[in-house]
Every structure is written in structure tokens, then in C-alpha cells.
Design a protein around this ligand. Structure first.
Ligand code: SIN
Length: 489
């Protein structure tokens, strides 16, 4: 199929799976359509790979693991650096692919490519610092050393909301550690994954080390094959808690190492002593990044009663300046949602809030003149904790503001959640900053910051938001096992 993306390098437009260093159709010959969420236009047909194809990818990864696991950390570091360099050199094309299949505006897509490449650079630098220890024991004649070894073949199951960055955040540390990988690309956004495979090949990453399986109809089957395969020694998954739970169950039959980055329900808290302008700016990025479709997006906003009106006024003013449209248009600040199901969920949240007494002050509607996937950035006031959106991940551009009176009350409300990925709060009182950061039951806290994501910072949650850390120096531990070696002297 011809690319309609107008790339400067058309060879980045790939519509085949990438297995063992070769571009492959599905053995069945089946394909699925990839559509632009902004227009509904079909932009590609990719192989709908099933069990047969993913088994081949796993076997290719197993064969490649033998040599790659023993390769020098310096050579792996160089491959990752080169891969990152190629991503940056092809940033415009990659960003266009992201925008066309995911919908996010070009400026945001460019930001994602830079973010994605930064994971490769970070882990290129970590690759050469995978070190062991010497250990004293209570047996005088014993000397113990530890070495860290690659865990082996890794199954990487990635989401559509960051078509590039969620792949490099997993494949970067895997390759740095000497692991081979099978990526199950999301059905909505396989084209970015395949473009990354093309660049991985150009960067000299050997065939079999980075495999990409594309599938839509067979997603459950492919997931089951990866999780139950005795060859796959580690699973890294980013997605919903429901699917994470299922993958966990399936993986238990072969006792795999797992990292699960699951649902969030991030509270965004503004205390009475906050810098309100800064809090508004933080709320805008935390809530409306990717039109609210990230797992660390602010879910419910809790604002102290005494600053409620000022904060709400500031937020409303900014949201009114947003320009919703096709992500390829230069004036668009917010694109479509990924599909109509996502729009229905936000609509339901708005409807439920209205029925329970909230007031919509900006937005609140689908934008049919733009298309069925467009939903207005929305602000809801007078929200209360019995409203559905406060208990479910919104994953859309809806900011609902609840008012609170005391620190105790707001902490009790947010810590009741079964999720614990990220939380944000604004305060100028340094004691409160420490106290609240320590008391929040989450994996990541933004203190006077609406952003917690950075390749150097450990990313992950607690409770039903999952376990394991991505990015950061801890991120590479997830792809190694520690072996202790005891010598008698
Ligand atoms: C995610 O939504 O899963 C990732 C968000 C991020 O890296 O900031």
C-alpha cells in the first residue's frame, strides 16, 4: 500500500511485521486496517499476525539471545546511541506517522519522538554500568561475588497512547542488558513500531533482537502465546489494570519476571498556600497532555475551598484558548481521541456528573463538525466524589474540580483509591510538601510540577497501578537477574 503520509523518507512507511530481521506478512495472509483517528481514513493495512507468527518471533528471539546475551555492553550501547540518533534525524517523519495513526498534534508528536529517543540514550549510557558486587559472608573461607545477567527473551506489550516512547522505554533497557525482544505492537498504532524497527536495523541491531508483531483480531491469542511461552522470561506491559491482571495470571504458569505499568487515577491537589498561576499551568499539562489520554494524566482535581474560584477561573481561561482539530494542522493544540469508544466514555462521565449536580463551564460535547472522535476539552465545577469520573480513569479531556477543606480530608480521599500511579500537588509550604509527598500512596509525586515523566526518573506505580520501574537506573534491573557466585578460598 502507498503511503499517504508524505514522508521525506518513504522507506520508513512499513506495513509488514518484522521478525528475525525480515519484513513478513502474516502466515495466514490476513491483514487489518489502520485508520487516522482524525478523519477515519484508512492509512495502511498491516499483517494480522496470530499464534503461528508470534511463535516464529519468539523462536527468532531465542536464537538471537545466544550471541546477543554475550555481546559486549559497549557494542550494545553504541547500537542504542545510533538508534536514538537515527530517530532524531528522522524526527519529522516519525512525528507525522505518530500523528496520523494516533491523532496527537504534530508538536506533541515531535515531543514524543524526542522523549522516546531519550530513553535509548539513557539506557545506552546505563548499558556500560551494569555491575555486580562483592559480598562478605559469615563463612570465613567464602568469597561471594554477584553478576547481573540478561533475563533472556522479553515480551513487550505496548499501548497506542505513546506509539514510540513506550516501545523505547522497554526495548532500550532490554537491549542494554543484552536481552532480545518481541514487541506486540498496538493494533491502533503499529506503523510507528515498524518505522522504529526499520531504524533499529539501520542502527545495526542484529536480526532477531528486536521483533515486531502486528495484530488486531488476534491480540488475545498473541498475548496468551507470549505470556505462556516458556521461552519468554520477562513481560513488560503498559495498559489497563484489567488486562495487566490477565497477563499476570497467564504468566504465572511459567513464573516470569514482570513489569506492569497499569491504570492511574492521578489526583491533582491545590492547597490554599499554592502559587495559583503555577498550579493552573501544571494542571493544563497534567490534565490535557495527549488530550488526557495518558495513565499519569490528572484525573480528579481537588482544590482548597479558599482558592477554588481563582484556580477555576485561571483553568477555564486557558482551556478556552485550545484549538481542537486535525493534529496535522499547525494551529491545532488538541487532536481527536483514539476512537469513538473513548469519546463515549468521556460523554458518559460528563452526563453522569451533570445528573449529580455538577456544572459544565467549558466544553462538554462531541464536535460532530470535526468528526465523531473529537471531544471538546471540558471543565466541570461543583464536582463531588460520588461522580463516576472520580472513580474511573477518564482517559480524555475532562477536568472536574472537587473542593476540599483540610489536608487530612483530601489525603484520606485520594489514598482510598485502589490505584497508586501518580499524584500531583501544589503548595508553597516546604513542611507540607515533604509531609504530603510522603503520605501519598503512589509511585510518583509531582510537587509543584504537572509532569513526572523523564527517562532519568523511576516511572511506575503501587497497588493496582502495577509494579516494576521503567526509565531510570532502576529500569535496567527489570531486565537482569542477579547471580551470586560463591568461591571457597
Ligand atoms: C503512559 O501513559 O503510559 C506513559 C506516560 C508517560 O510516559 O508520561
Amino acid at each position: 500500500m502507498e503511503s499517504i503520509m508524505k514522508l521525506s523518507d518513504e522507506s520508513l512507511f512499513k506495513c509488514k511485521g518484522y521478525i528475525d530481521g525480515r519484513w513478513e506478512d502474516a502466515k495466514s495472509g490476513e491483514t487489518f486496517e489502520v485508520s487516522d483517528p482524525a478523519t477515519g481514513t484508512v492509512v495502511a493495512a498491516c499483517p494480522d499476525m496470530n499464534n503461528l507468527d508470534v511463535v516464529l518471533a519468539i523462536e527468532a528471539a531465542k536464537r538471537a539471545q545466544v550471541l546477543f546475551g554475550k555481546s559486549s555492553a559497549y557494542s550494545r550501547s553504541k547500537m542504542l546511541q545510533d538508534w536514538a540518533g537515527l530517530m532524531l534525524a528522522n524526527k519529522e517523519d516519525l512525528a507525522r506517522i505518530v500523528t496520523v495513526e494516533n491523532g496527537k498534534p504534530l508538536a506533541e508528536a515531535r515531543g514524543e519522538i524526542a522523549y522516546a529517543a531519550a530513553f535509548l540514550t539513557w539506557f545506552a549510557e546505563e548499558a556500560i554500568r551494569i555491575q555486580g558486587e562483592t559480598v562478605r559472608t559469615n563463612v570465613d573461607s567464602h568469597r561471594v561475588v554477584t553478576v547481573r545477567e540478561p533475563v533472556g527473551v522479553c515480551g513487550l506489550i505496548t499501548p497506542w497512547n505513546f506509539p514510540a516512547a513506550m516501545i523505547t522505554r522497554k526495548a532500550g533497557p532490554a537491549i542494554a542488558a543484552g536481552c532480545t525482544t518481541v514487541v506486540k505492537a498496538p493494533g491502533e498504532t503499529p506503523l510507528t513500531a515498524l518505522a522504529l524497527a526499520e531504524l533499529a536495523e539501520r542502527a545495526g541491531i542484529p536480526g532477531g533482537v528486536f521483533n515486531v508483531v502486528t495484530t488486531l483480531k488476534y491480540t488475545p491469542e498473541v498475548g496468551r502465546t507470549i505470556t505462556t511461552s516458556p521461552i519468554v522470561r520477562k513481560i513488560s506491559f503498559t495498559g489497563s489494570t484489567t488486562v495487566g491482571r490477565l497477563l499476570c495470571e497467564q504468566s504465572s504458569s511459567t513464573i516470569k519476571k514482570m513489569s506492569l505499568e497499569l491504570g492511574g487515577l492521578a489526583p491533582f491537589i491545590v492547597f490554599d498556600d499554592a502559587d495559583i498561576e503555577a498550579a493552573v499551568a501544571g494542571a493544563v499539562v497534567s490534565k490535557f497532555r495527549a488530550s488526557g489520554q495518558t495513565c499519569v494524566c490528572a484525573n480528579t482535581m481537588f482544590v482548597h475551598r479558599s482558592v477554588y474560584d481563582r484556580f477555576a477561573k485561571g483553568l477555564i481561561e486557558v482551556v478556552k484558548t485550545f484549538k481542537v482539530g486535525n493534529g496535522l494542522h499547525s494551529d491545532t493544540t488538541h487532536g481527536p481521541l483514539i476512537h469513538q469508544k473513548a469519546v463515549s466514555k468521556v460523554s458518559e462521565h460528563v452526563q453522569d456528573a451533570l445528573e449529580k449536580g455538577a456544572t459544565v463551564v467549558v466544553g462538554g460535547n462531541v464536535l460532530p463538525e470535526l468528526g465523531p472522535t473529537f471531544f471538546e476539552p471540558t471543565v466541570i465545577l461543583n464536582a463531588t466524589l460520588d461522580m463516576k469520573f472520580t472513580q474511573e480513569e477518564i482517559f480524555g479531556p475532562l477536568a472536574g474540580i472537587v473542593s476540599f477543606e483540610t489536608e487530612e480530608e483530601v489525603l484520606a480521599a485520594v489514598n482510598r483509591s485502589e490505584y497508586g500511579l501518580a499524584a500531583y500537588f501544589y503548595s508553597r509550604d516546604i513542611s507540607r510538601c515533604w509531609r504530603v509527598a510522603e503520605r501519598l500512596d503512589v509511585g510518583m509525586v509531582g510537587v509543584n510540577s504537572g509532569i513526572v515523566s523523564n527517562p532519568a526518573s523511576p516511572f511506575g506505580g503501587v497497588k493496582q497501578s502495577g509494579y516494576g520501574r521503567e526509565g531510570s537506573k532502576q529500569g535496567i534491573d527489570e531486565y537482569t537477574t542477579v547471580k551470586s557466585i560463591t568461591f571457597t578460598v
